[in-house]
Design a protein around this ligand. Sequence first.
Ligand SMILES: [Zn+2]
Length: 463
Amino acid sequence: MVAAALLLLAPSAFGFELTGWMYAPEQLPIDFYMTDYLEDSLPQEIDPETERYYQENVAIKMFCNWHWTPYCDEALPSRWVTDYQYEDANCAIFDYEYQGVNPGNEGENPSDGMVKFYWDDPKDAHASGVNAVTISRADYTNYVKRVGATKIYGVVPGNDIVFNNDIDWGTTEEIESGCSGDVRGVEATGTHEVGHLLGMAHSCEQDDSCSSNALQNATMYWSGGPCATDRNSINDDDVSGITALYGPFVRFNIITENEDSTAVSGKAPLEVCFELEAEDDTLDEITGVEWAFGDGETSTELEPCHTFETQGQFTINATFSGVSDSCGDWAHTQRELGIVLVCGEPVPGFELLPVSGLTYQTLNQTVVDTYGCVDGLTWEVFKGGSASGEPLFSYNSWSPKFVFEEEGEYTVRLTAVGPGGESSVENVIEINKTRSCSTSSGTSAGFGAGILALAGLLLRRRR
Ligand SMILES: [Zn+2]
């Protein structure tokens, strides 16, 4: 049960999270600037080849690490192009262009409509060990696209990336030639921040149980260590995320009556139908889908319906492949953990154990082998040998304690509700004041067991 609960909370195979904004096509290319403070832990000389400062070149490189365009070959120092070009998200299509130094480092990060890299922290917002922040301004009225259940909005032009000037920054070359202490890689940090600027959130947050290496090694992981350059280069999870925003990307959804729900549950046998979601061009590019429904059955239909015959919680995998004019063959897999819950009718059961006097403890034996198949419980206690009339009292907890006012015959009804339906069980029980260890009366096997438990309790008290 615990394992199932954890599964429900675990992220899907798309570890990436989206911030909810992206640059709309009409907002491209992203023109970005740098303020005129150079940060004294970084080089202060102009690179003769590009006639730019290192800080300017590395800012360009931070964008190029996400999506390498012909602009990168032209703009960057040629030694970087040969030595430092990593694998990029070649299906994510967005453009950017460095526009030069723009002063205005003091005081605020104004919403001036310009994307700027600040090497100083005007507001000193970084005191608590944060390396850099991206200040983003999303326009939540400007709806751009939808990725799965996430609505994506356009940005208000003028997102800024602000580096903490209290950090000892190192260039990639410096770190690779030997690094110690608390030197932070400016390229890795900045590549992460550009991810935020483009619309990526973290693959895992600090408090997440981030179990997958792909998520921990992502450039968008929430933190990075000193002397590290590994996050200069984006990994598969980052590629999936940025491609979801800017490339051909397909998702499946379960067709449900509840618009807000991405999961479905019901009584076995349960038929579930799937639909694909993508931009029109992308839907035309799909060449194949391979489905695995988690119960051993598969399909290659584009939008299949599948009947789940047995109780269980099922994880759906779909691998999409296609051919795009812009980037050739593409493929990705979507895996949704436990989003189909199929249940039989609940099987409630219980015993009642005397505690002392007229106090009895319920022992709930309702079958809960599939997490979520029992999502509601009602205990009702009636006077007499049948469950008729108004109950004397009722509870909704898993295993409540009953305190009877007088001895006599009672009927206890336990009703369990879940996606598979509702069912009840009733026991007629003779309630007697517990007087001694040898007292044994009752209408269920559980009653006798309860007396034994009580005997243990009394013995312990006497010691
Ligand atoms: Zn971050």
